[in-house]
Write a protein that binds this ligand. Structure first.
Ligand code: BTN
Length: 255
């Protein structure tokens, strides 16, 4: 892995895209930044990365032999890598909100943006996984104050004196991710991380609302399968939720 750090950048995902578009970006290059001026989140949202208070990091890879249809499975795998890093470094218990938000104490501590750039023949030209983790942030904007947290806030809440470092978090995430990614290349599914993920699936056994733009519905979240799809038991039977643009809400709240 090649690590590069910028004090400030527009977006670590965009930096890797720029390099890849001119063919100058070795696989497993990691670009991280102290702050981003144009950080991007899922579904066109912006992502705020206050200076030196969070991890903003992206990695590029070229899974040329994997069919593009299987590549979205990498995103839940990245969530598992973040949960692994936080648990191993700081002894906190992480949860995962399907498909790929990492939570501490029921609040979002990390967001992941996976971008696949199409090539030819149903193959991806390259994939960029971008990860944002709230490490030292203490004050969140009013709109997200109730649903966001940081590693420092959660350590403080349990009276832990651990000192956190963004570089440690970054390295630990990518080391875990790299390990899991090697398994993914063999099986092209989530089997290597399935148990870990389901043990931390915050909605498991809870009633959720599936915000399908065509027809929202409710049910009890059961688990994810090897493809990353969420299984939900509804009044009319089990349904499998696999679309990246469908979101899940707990009844009456974020989780
Ligand atoms: C989300 O909406 O939950 C995903 C947020 C992803 C943010 C990260 S920070 C590093 C990388 N660069 C970006 O512009 N976005 C991702």
């Amino acid at each position: 892995m090649i690590y590069e750090y910028f004090e400030e950048i527009d977006s670590t995902n965009d930096e890797l895209k720029r390099r890849a578009s001119v063919g100058r970006c070795p696989e497993f290059t990691v670009v991280s930044a102290g702050t981003q001026t144009g950080g991007r989140g899922r579904s066109g949202h912006t992502w705020s990365s206050p200076a030196k208070s969070s991890v903003s990091t992206s990695m590029i890879f070229y899974p040329v032999d994997v069919d593009m249809i299987r590549l979205p499975r990498i995103t839940p795998m990245a969530a598992v890598a973040v949960a692994t890093a936080i648990e191993e470094l700081y002894g906190l218990s992480a949860q995962i909100k399907w498909p790929n938000d990492v939570l501490l104490n029921g609040k979002k501590v990390c967001g992941i943006l996976n971008e696949m750039i199409p090539g030819e023949d149903g193959r991806a030209a390259y994939v960029i996984v971008g990860i944002g983790v709230n490490v030292h942030i203490r004050d969140f904007p009013e709109e997200i104050a109730g649903i966001a947290t940081s590693i420092d806030l959660e350590l403080e809440r349990i009276g832990s004196a651990f000192a956190t470092h963004c570089e440690d978090v970054t390295k630990s995430i990518w080391e875990a991710f790299y390990r899991y990614f090697q398994s993914f290349l063999l099986t092209e599914d989530l089997s290597a991380v399935l148990d870990f993920y389901n043990e931390r699936l915050i909605n498991r056994g809870r009633r959720v609302r599936i915000l399908d733009p065509k027809a929202p519905y409710e049910g009890e979240a059961l688990c994810i399968d090897e493809t990353g799809a969420l299984h939900v038991m509804t009044d009319s039977g089990e349904r499998i939720v696999d679309s990246g643009e469908v979101s899940v809400r707990g009844i009456g709240g974020y989780v």
